[in-house]
Design a protein around this ligand. Structure first.
Ligand code: ZN
Length: 377
């Protein structure tokens, strides 16, 4: 009997070695590949229309070389993820990634990331319950993941994207507080204060909170509940860009990088997560590439329908379908910047996540995009 148990332990251990035990996904809304790979853009830093104090911004973020610029903007991405992990999407070196959906805005993008399919009937950002099943919902219905999956986001549409009515996933988004009733654990004094501050600190937007709240709540949940799958969707970058505040967009990008650094440090110093967790980082859509259109994102079809206010852009916001992706951790091949043979699509992220967790993406959804095999060990 003892021999049998030992054998069982050996078998289960070797299975565990094949897959990451935990998965964390961070999305940074509408952060352009241009900033990720080139750092801050001089034509926008110097534009009085978009920046209050160009001298200060230039001093902090402008450097002569592209490599220095991107390192000063996103030090964790470039000094750690791009060294110990992998990054895709620098179109200047032919590393291409884009959305598969027809729209180039948020709801279709997040749905594509988390369901693995581009559903073109999702043609607005309206609060409509997603008829597609996310891989989070699918995992949460699987016994070994039940209650071990959670999503945090800045935007109040996430409960609809994850269809919480049907999925029963724990989703904390918009201006929701962290409560004992919904999390199942006692809320600390620090988190009680954040709940209060969230009501008192005025957000510039009615439907998106500051990323600091989203990140602090998500980190607290991670440490208390130890979920196996956690997603954190940061939202400030997109809203500051829409508002035409390039300075705030750049500062928010740097804060997002700092949150991810703190998250990875926490993961690597927490029992149960250390060395068996994979972190994926990506975005829902790109943006325009010039002073005329960097604030916006939409396909030609979107400007003809849902986003008619952008219809002076006759071809839509060109290039706003182009995105980027980075990964670090268990089972990710450390290879830095890679140039895949063919363009990677946003609909491949769900299958990649499931493969990393040792789950069969075909069992989840046979229509989902293929896993990004290039990044796997
Ligand atoms: Zn947007």
């Amino acid at each position: 009997m003892l021999k049998f148990i030992l054998l069982l332990l050996l078998v289960s251990n070797s299975f565990a070695a094949l897959a990451a035990k935990n998965l964390v996904i961070v999305t940074i809304d509408g952060l352009r590949w241009q900033e990720v790979f080139h750092g801050a853009d001089l034509s926008l830093i110097d534009n009085k229309k978009f920046v209050e104090n160009s001298v200060l911004l230039k001093d902090k973020y402008w450097r002569a070389s592209k490599n220095e610029r991107r390192e000063v903007l996103m030090p964790f991405i470039w000094k750690t993820v791009a060294k110990q992990g992998v990054i895709i999407g620098d179109r200047d070196i032919g590393s291409k990634m884009s959305v598969a959906n027809n729209w180039y805005f948020s709801y279709p993008g997040y749905s594509e990331i988390f369901t693995g399919v581009a559903d073109n009937s999702i043609n607005s950002n309206k609060k409509i319950a997603n008829k597609n099943v996310s891989f989070l919902e699918w995992l949460n219905n699987n016994n070994s993941f039940k209650g071990n999956v959670a999503a945090f986001g800045g935007w109040d549409v996430f409960p609809y994207i994850f269809n919480t009515k049907r999925s029963h996933l724990y989703v904390n988004a918009g201006f929701m507080p962290l409560t004992e009733t919904t999390t199942g654990y006692a809320i600390s004094q620090d988190m009680k204060l954040l709940n209060q501050l969230q009501k008192e600190v005025p957000s510039p937007w009615h439907n998106v909170r500051f990323d600091s709240f989203t990140y602090r709540f998500a980190k607290d949940y991670l440490l208390n509940k130890k979920p196996r799958v956690l997603t954190i969707s940061l939202g400030e970058t997109d809203d500051f860009a829409h508002d035409g505040h390039y300075d705030q967009y750049i500062k928010s990008t740097q804060r997002s990088d700092a949150f991810i650094a703190d998250l990875w440090h926490t993961i690597q110093n927490t029992a149960g997560y250390k060395d068996n967790t994979v972190l994926l980082i990506t975005t829902d859509h790109g943006r325009g590439s010039s002073a005329q259109d960097w604030q916006h994102h939409a396909s030609k079809l979107a400007t003809e329908t849902y986003m008619k206010d952008l219809n002076k852009f006759k071809n839509g916001i060109v290039g706003s379908n182009n995105i980027w992706f980075a990964a670090i951790g268990a089972d990710i091949k450390p290879q830095g910047e890679i140039v895949p043979d063919k363009e990677i699509k946003q609909n491949q992220i769900a299958a990649t996540a499931l493969t990393l967790l040792g789950e069969d993406p075909k069992a989840f959804n046979a229509q989902a995009g293929e896993p990004i095999m290039e990044i796997l060990k």
